[in-house]
Design a protein around this ligand. Structure first.
Ligand code: ADP
Ligand code: MG
Length: 692
């Protein structure tokens, strides 16, 4: 249950005085539905209204705050604006209002009375004007105007005035909360208390105070990161509390598998395997992330990991996010496993009726030693005889909770998560902070580098001529269509249109695959691309992960500027898998922004997924690195993965330490920390505590 002290912040924004339903909607759009969202709605700029010249001295184009007396009203005729003529002892200034109501203006600026006005002064043929002053207040309220006023990201129809008022209303509800950050850290960094920090970030006095490294902003960023790391640490603590088991195979299956391969393991694979074997041999559970670029050889590491469990007489599961991927893993693993006498099964949502119950039976008896599958493996009726290790591929589409469900399918199941998404270190920590990390930083030898080129879409015809030549000499080509919006339907429409234009030229050699096709249809299409008559495959990002067609040596990516670099890198990883030279054409819509240009150059110049990810983070910031859709990464409102980079590690250590000392968060700091989790809505994690 949310602590009562936070109730005022978790009310609807319409509860604020002066915010009716219409404004509430707009505020919801700009900041969010709850009052607490306004606290996180930081200023993006500022206006200095402290400059208070006389009318005669107010320069053209400057924001000024003037003290004037209303001389007369001149209501506009027809489409002419309404003017209010005001003056001080040095001269006159016209306040100009379009579409204004006269009676409202009469009240605002009564004849003969002094008012403090603030806004941009314009000089027009020697006359001073102020169109739509931002503020008009009586003399007594002058101090409320003559300030540095922050401005906020807004939306249409929502005035800065209204947002400010709502934010001030939210700030007035900020309760005094006990400190949740460790006192030494607060002192060492010179951070203000939470309440003071929230107020400070909304009242910056200069630009420096708006920077992410200003002390109040740092503090709030740390709060949010700490909440994130605590939530993960709670999951980790709970997983680790369940006793693991000692899995230490004799190596006979591993050695047999490796002996059958035409190559030997890379150094990186060897290191990862020894880390994994170390974890499995220890009496606690393994919770490890295996991060490796596309083609770095994760699948083989997974197989050897599973063989280790099988050597001990137990079972292993490998779960993939999609049907295509599950089948592909099965196709890779099964022959290697069979050759050394390991029995594999595959279970997906497609298996129904009798087949399904046969498979379930084999899993329950233990005759299925490796079980490859999709989400179907989560289901209750799937019972293993003795599951010892679960490998989860492309985890970020699943999430922490599913990780736990699969872990509960056996006694102290060891978990290995694999991801090919090149996520920067900091972001790895935010999404997988509960896991230990192994990285495959080295690619298997003998890969041809991919020749990547950046091409403007004015040259689309040349691109098509180019691929025609490559197709004639036997190449298979991927043509990836852009993300149109956050909508799969629109993506598909774009892909269909592209496929039909390409068919005008290439006829039946063009195929189309997208996420709205049914499983068997997709498989059929992939098969015709791999071995059949389709040489040019138009695709949405469904091909992003895993798909393996060694003859595919050309990839065209349309509107490359719209993709995250991590995504481009993964897409590109679909080619260059065989021993032939490959080409990737990044087609962009001109004109490119400067960042856009820089990002595509990073892609052109590098094939190192980790390096690309770090560059992307620097260029664009965390929010966009992976493309928001499907990224499944936690989002931050106060923290910026690039600017607050150093705080993540501090928070992770702090969170783990705190949970060591106070596992149920019952001490004074523990209680304060619970409030923090609720404040940042990471409270799902609180459920892992006793009595919560
Ligand atoms: P990932 O799963 O990381 O994308 P894979 O495991 O699919 O990579 O490996 C990609 C290709 O590289 C496969 O064809 C695999 O057989 C091959 N491979 C894996 N490890 C090695 C190695 N050590 N040396 C040479 N080739 C390897
Ligand atoms: Mg793989």
């Amino acid at each position: 249950m949310r602590p009562e002290i936070l109730f005022p912040l978790f009310a609807d924004v319409s509860q604020l005085s002066g915010i009716g339903p219409r404004y509430a909607k707009l505020i919801e759009k700009a900041a969010g539905p709850q009052i607490v969202d306004l606290l996180w709605h930081l200023p993006s700029g500022m206006v200095d209204r402290r400059f208070s010249p006389t009318v005669a001295d107010a320069p053209d184009g400057m924001i000024a705050t003037l003290t004037v007396t209303t001389m007369r009203h001149e209501p506009g005729r027809g489409r002419a604006p309404y003017r209010v003529i005001c003056a001080d002892e040095t001269g006159e200034i016209e306040l100009v209002y379009f579409h204004a109501k006269g009676d409202w203006l009469e009240k605002l600026l009564p004849h003969g009375q002094k008012r403090v006005i603030s806004g941009k002064v314009e000089r027009f043929r020697g006359k001073a004007q102020m169109p739509h002053p931002d503020h008009v207040v009586p003399l007594e309220e002058a101090d409320s105007v003559r300030i540095v006023e922050p401005t906020h990201p807004s939306t249409d129809g929502l005035h800065q005035r209204t947002i400010r008022k709502a934010i001030e209303g939210a700030l007035a509800r900020v309760p005094v909360l006990d400190e949740w950050i460790n006192a030494t850290l607060v002192q060492a960094r010179g951070w203000p208390a939470w309440g003071a920090a929230v107020k400070a970030v909304h009242h910056p006095q200069n630009r420096l105070e708006m920077e992410p490294d200003s002390l109040p902003r740092q503090r709030l960023a740390y709060d949010e990161i700490l909440a994130n790391q605590l939530a993960l640490a709670l999951v980790r603590a709970r997983m680790k509390k369940q006793k693991g088991r000692v899995i230490k195979g004799d190596g006979r299956l591993r050695d047999a598998i490796l002996k059958n391969l035409p190559f030997s393991l890379t150094g990186a694979q060897r290191t990862a395997l020894s880390e994994i074997e170390g974890d499995m041999a220890a009496p606690n559970r393994m919770l490890r992330l295996l991060q490796g670029d596309v083609g770095s050889g994760k699948t083989l590491v997974a197989l050897v990991t599973m063989a280790n469990a099988i050597e001990c007489g137990a079972q292993a599961a490998l779960m993939a996010p999609t049907e295509i991927l599950a089948r592909q893993h099965f196709a890779t693993i099964e022959p290697l496993a069979r050759a050394v006498g390991i029995r594999c099964e595959i279970l997906t949502g497609r298996d129904k009726g009798k087949t399904r119950s046969t498979i379930l039976g084999r899993i329950a008896e233990g005759t299925a030693q490796i079980v490859v599958g999709t989400h179907a493996l989560f289901q209750e009726e799937v019972e293993f005889r003795d599951l010892a290790v679960a490998v989860i591929d492309e985890q970020h589409r699943f999430g922490v909770h599913q990780r736990m469900v699969l872990g509960q399918k056996g006694q102290g199941v060891d978990i290995l998560v694999m991801t090919a998404t090149p996520i920067p270190r900091t972001l790895v920590m935010t999404a997988y902070g509960d896991l230990d990390v192994s990285r495959l930083t080295e690619k298997p030898p003998g890969r041809q580098p991919i020749d990547t080129r950046v091409v403007s879409n004015d040259r689309l015809m040349d691109v098509i001529d180019g691929i025609a030549r490559r197709m004639d000499s036997g190449a298979k080509v991927y043509w990836v269509c852009p993300l149109v919006e956050e909508s799969e339907v629109l993506d598909v429409a774009a892909a269909e249109e592209r496929a039909s234009t390409l068919r005008e030229r290439f006829g039946d050699r063009v195929g189309l695959i997208h996420g709205r096709m049914k499983g068997p249809e997709k498989d059929k299409m992939m098969a015709s691309f791999k071995e059949g008559s389709v040489d040019l495959l138009v695709a949405t990002t469904v091909i992003e992960v895993g798909v393996d067609v060694p003859d595919a040596t050309v990839m065209v990516i349309e509107h490359a500027e719209r993709f995250g670099l991590a995504q481009l890198h993964q897409l590109r990883g679909r080619i260059g898998r065989g021993d032939k030279a490959s080409t990737c054409l990044l087609v962009y819509a001109a004109p490119l922004s400067e960042t856009g240009r820089a990002r595509l150059s990073v892609m052109r110049d590098s094939e190192d997924g980790f390096g690309i990810a770090e560059e992307d983070l620097k260029l664009r910031g965390a929010g966009e690195v992976l493309g928001t859709r499907q990224s499944g990464l936690p989002t931050f409102r106060m923290a910026d993965a690039a600017a607050h980079n150093d705080l993540f590690e501090v928070a992770r250590d702090d969170a783990r330490l705190l949970l060591n000392q106070d596992p149920e968060l019952e001490g004074a700091r523990g209680k304060a920390v619970r409030t923090l989790l609720y404040l940042f809505e990471r409270d799902a994690a609180v459920r892992y505590l006793r009595g919560a």
